[in-house]
Write a protein that binds this ligand. Structure first.
Ligand code: ZN
Length: 274
């Protein structure tokens, strides 16, 4: 089995860098806001023929380690899976027939390396990770939803797009991140502005593209270790009570799916095979 050969490598890699999640017990590594590392040397120029372009849609978190919990106590993993399926449909309808959902099992941290290894063995051309946002525990407020003590924060709203300078192809990662952020913006969706604010403490990130809402997150494992262009989309905040309802709706999922597929089409058009 291919997986058996991968395990020792994963064990070696599983120290250090930060994860992208808000699970309440997870210790975080402070992001680097200064001195962004240089991107790796550029590889062979990326070419795109939609029918052959292999897109991995990475469903953030796992059933065993479900990420954030929404204001109404729904696991982030469920939101990620539902939205990723919708995005997959939209990409396929745009002709990206080689789009694949990547659903990973197991504990949070090892799963990050499993994702990267799976994308590499699939010879993926592009890695897009789908997540939903929350807030640091210190911002959570109490409320009761359907008789259960629950947590929310209506303070922040909006999507966020994340890239790593340490990715093997930062230039193309950034190009797609810009396009998808601009599509989200064109749909009237705001981006999450709080990541530059001091109140976010160790969760702060540099805003690389203030029009499209693209942040740098250099040490994020799936972005840093992916062997192909990689982008992480936080679709919106599920700890915000209004936004959670919007993100649950077919309408919003369609809008985001169309934003992603339109952006990918634009990206692909700019990287057409001759
Ligand atoms: Zn997440």
């Amino acid at each position: 089995m291919r997986a058996a050969a991968v395990i020792p490598i994963l064990a070696l890699l599983s120290i250090g860098p930060a994860d992208m999640c808000w699970s309440r017990q997870t210790a975080k590594v402070a992001p680097r806001l200064d001195a962004a590392p240089k991107p790796h040397a550029s590889r062979v120029a990326l070419k795109c023929d939609p029918s052959k372009f292999r897109i991995i849609l990475d469903v953030g978190h796992t059933r065993e380690s479900e990420g954030a919990t929404s204001a109404r106590n729904i696991p982030e993993f469920d939101f990620n899976l539902q939205l990723a399926k919708r995005i997959e449909e939209k990409l396929r309808s745009e002709g990206f027939a080689e789009t694949r959902l990547l659903v990973t099992g197991g504990k949070a941290r090892p799963s990050l390396f499993t994702r990267v290894a799976a994308a590499k063995s699939a010879k993926a051309d592009f890695f897009l990770s789908i997540h939903h946002d929350s807030v640091p525990d210190s911002m959570l407020e109490n409320w009761v939803f359907e008789g259960t003590k629950s947590y929310f924060s209506d303070r922040f709203t909006g999507y966020g797009v994340f890239v790593s300078h340490r990715n093997a192809d930062f230039t193309d990662s950034m190009a797609f991140a810009h396009l998808v952020g601009m599509q989200m913006k064109a749909e009237g969706l705001p981006f999450a502005v709080q990541y530059t604010q001091p109140i976010m403490g160790r969760y702060r990130h540099p805003l690389l593209d203030k029009d499209a809402g693209v942040y740098g997150y250099d040490d994020l494992v799936v972005l840093m270790k992916a062997a192909m262009p990689a982008v992480l989309l936080e679709a919106g905040s599920i700890i915000n009570r209004d936004e959670e309802l919007q993100l649950s709706s077919m309408e919003r999922q369609d809008i985001i799916g169309t934003a992603v597929s339109t952006a990918m089409k634009e990206f692909c058009d700019a990287h057409r095979s001759p």
